[in-house]
Structure formats: C-alpha cells, structure tokens
Design a protein around this ligand. Structure first.
Ligand SMILES: [Zn+2]
Length: 213
C-alpha cells in the first residue's frame, strides 16, 4: 500500500491533481474534512460526538480524526486500491507523527508549492463559476464558448466573491504559515517532493507523473 500526502495552497491546483492521481494510478483520495462531514450527516456515534464539539466552537481532537481515518482505511475499496492520497491531513506535526505510525509500504509527500504567487493570483482572479451547476471556467485558459454563459447548462457565470486579490494573497500566506512545520517534518524524513505549482495543469501533472514513477 502506498500513501501520497498532497499539499498545496489555494490556487495550486491540488484538487485537480488529486483527481488525476485517482484516475491515472488507481489511488483513492481521502479527505478528512469529507469523512468528518459524512460521519456527522450519518449521525454515527462518533459523528454525534463531533457535532457537539463543533457546535461548542471547539476543534475536533486529533484522536477523533484518527479514529475516523482508521475506519475509512479499513474499508474494502481502500484496502484493494493501489494506494491512497491524503488531502487536507495532516495539518499539524503531531498529526503527521500519528499518521506515520499507520504503516504503509511506501510513503511520499508532495508539495505543490506556489513559487510565483502573481501567476496564481491571476489564475484565481480569472476564474468563473457557473451559479447554476458549479462548472468552472477561466477567462485566460478555459473560456466559455459564449461570454458570461455556462457551456453545460447556460447558467450565468460569476466570479467568486472571495476571489479578489487581497483575499487570495492572504489565503496563500496563511496556508504557508500553517503548513510549514508539516512540510518540514516530511523534508526531514526525506519524503518530500516539491513541485512548482505556477505552471499549467498539464505541466504540474507531468512533473507529478515523474515524481510518482
Ligand atoms: Zn452550468
């Protein structure tokens, strides 16, 4: 079993690349955020516990997240997969240490690092989302056939309210600060691969392919 831990600031294209890894290499994506939301929605024992914690405005403790994660890792589709991709976890060093205790045959951490922030800011600012079906277009490199209109459902396209320059730069800065200790952890272990995420989706995908080889 292989484990790929994927890191990338907002705009680095982490979601797109995770989808590609799933498709191309038969890996399963695991988002702890999604898992937690699913437990809450299903009203499981742990889900109800988490709901109470979140309603009290507190952080879900690591041991609870780990418990949910372990449950997921034991499910058949994961056991039978070539590997799995961690998305959004670990966020802290103690979480990374805990994850390391769940042994796998092969582990790597991939950091889609935004080297040229301006490129990413421009990319995010030129992004348009269909208010009807959620399809994403980009004025620069993936424009809709008809300006302002979704190719799939003809719904109106809008720029996301939080996609303004100041907010984007702040999100990238916050992500970097929070993630650095975890990135350092994997670097110290010799497991870190850094990829410049300022390039096109294809460029990033190609570099990712080289790392995965
Ligand atoms: Zn649409």
């Amino acid at each position: 079993m292989k484990r790929v831990i994927l890191f990338g600031a907002p705009g680095a294209g982490k979601g797109t690349q995770a989808d590609m890894l799933e498709e191309k290499y038969g890996y399963k994506k695991i988002s702890t955020g999604d898992l937690i939301r699913a437990e809450v929605a299903a009203k499981t024992h742990v889900g109800l516990e988490v709901k109470a914690i979140m309603e009290a405005g507190e952080l879900v403790p690591d041991k609870t997240i780990i418990e949910i994660l372990k449950k997921r890792l034991n499910q058949n589709d994961i056991v039978r997969a070539n590997g799995y991709i961690m998305d959004g976890f670990p966020r802290t060093r103690p979480q990374a240490e805990e994850l390391s205790r769940m042994e796998v045959d092969h582990e790597m951490a991939i950091y889609l690092n935004i080297v040229d922030e301006d490129v990413v800011v421009k990319r995010l600012m030129s992004r348009l989302t269909c208010s009807n079906c959620g399809a994403i277009f980009n004025v620069e490199n993936n424009p809709p056939q008809k300006a302002g209109q979704c190719d799939f459902c003809a719904g109106p396209l809008r720029q996301r309210a939080d996609d303004n320059e100041e907010t984007i730069r702040k999100r990238i800065r916050v992500y970097r600060q929070q993630t650095q200790p975890v990135i350092d952890y994997y670097r110290e272990k010799g497991l870190l691969h850094e990829i410049d995420a300022s390039g096109s989706v294809e460029d990033i995908g190609e570099k990712l392919g080289q790392v995965m080889r």
